[in-house]
Design a protein around this ligand. Structure first.
Ligand SMILES: NC(=O)c1ccc[n+]([C@@H]2O[C@H](COP(=O)([O-])OP(=O)(O)OC[C@H]3O[C@@H](n4cnc5c(N)ncnc54)[C@H](OP(=O)(O)O)[C@@H]3O)[C@@H](O)[C@H]2O)c1
Length: 230
């Protein structure tokens, strides 16, 4: 068993999620910010890759005090469990995701992690070891389910999302498309990594909803079950 997985990503009209320097860029506006905060507040855990932590230093906290209080009144922590995918434990101990706001943190590493690094991480987060050289996402999701995580939000970046899509671990996706062109063949996209070849199997989705928000548009996709892929 694994949690229900919802991807949330913002991209430019030309399909880029940040610039060629891999620096965070504001793609959406205030209304979309509120939507994302609500999505975050409604999930049990929120996950990013270490590339995103190094590039953007996100705190992954719920920003609205009303939504924080609503979580607490439901018996939950103010913030969802924050999960970082980080094979070698590269995360800085002063990363915002580790330091800002109350709540549980999980760093997921692989067996290749240096034992000393592992020891230092264990003092600031729950560490899960899954996989040999990179994180075994299938195994991790099972472990998160055992920890009580039923709804998992994944916020990127493109390398982690590619792995999630390739392994059929995504159930739905909210994709905000902003009114800008970022450009660059090296700028990250919602699914980087190796990519499928001509024969696929491509991940297929059904469009649930398409709504204008701020100066762009929000697409809500539902993944087809793997048996219907292609
Ligand atoms: N617009 C948006 O909504 C949005 C959201 C998030 C991020 N971003 C952008 O995305 C960029 C960062 O993306 P990124 O692709 O560089 O990094 P990422 O996807 O955040 O993290 C990828 C890293 O995770 C680790 N990893 C461990 N096991 C893995 C596995 N099984 N599959 C995939 N990754 C695994 C690898 O590093 P190790 O080998 O060191 O473990 C890998 O390099 C930044 O530019 C950021 O601004 C944009």
């Amino acid at each position: 068993m694994r949690p229900h997985v919802t991807v949330n990503i913002a991209m430019s009209a030309d399909g880029k999620i940040s610039t060629k320097e891999r620096r965070q860029v504001k793609i959406s506006g205030n209304a979309d910010f509120v939507r994302v905060d609500q999505l975050k507040a409604g999930c049990d855990a929120i996950m990013v890759g270490i590339g995103t932590v190094m590039a953007d230093d996100p705190s992954l906290t719920v920003k609205s005090e009303v939504l924080q209080r609503a979580r607490v009144s439901r018996g939950q922590d103010e913030n969802p469990i924050r999960v970082v995918i980080d094979s070698r434990g590269r995360i800085p101990v002063n990363a915002a995701v580790l330091c800002r706001g109350p709540g549980e943190r999980v760093i997921c590493c692989a067996e290749i992690i240096d034992p000393e690094v592992l020891q230092s991480l264990e003092s600031c987060a729950t560490v899960i070891i899954a996989g040999k050289e990179e994180v075994d996402l299938d195994g991790l999701l099972c472990q998160l389910y055992v920890m009580g995580v039923r709804n998992l939000m994944v916020e990127g970046g493109g390398t982690l999302l590619w792995s999630m899509f390739r392994m059929g671990l995504v159930d739905e996706m909210f994709q905000y498309i902003g009114n800008m062109v970022i450009g660059g063949s090296k700028s990250p996209t919602p699914a980087d990594g190796e990519g499928f070849c001509l024969t696929g199997p491509f991940v297929k989705m059904d469009l649930v909803e398409c709504v204008p928000i701020d100066e762009g548009v929000l697409l809500h996709w539902r993944m087809r079950p793997p048996c219907q892929v292609a």
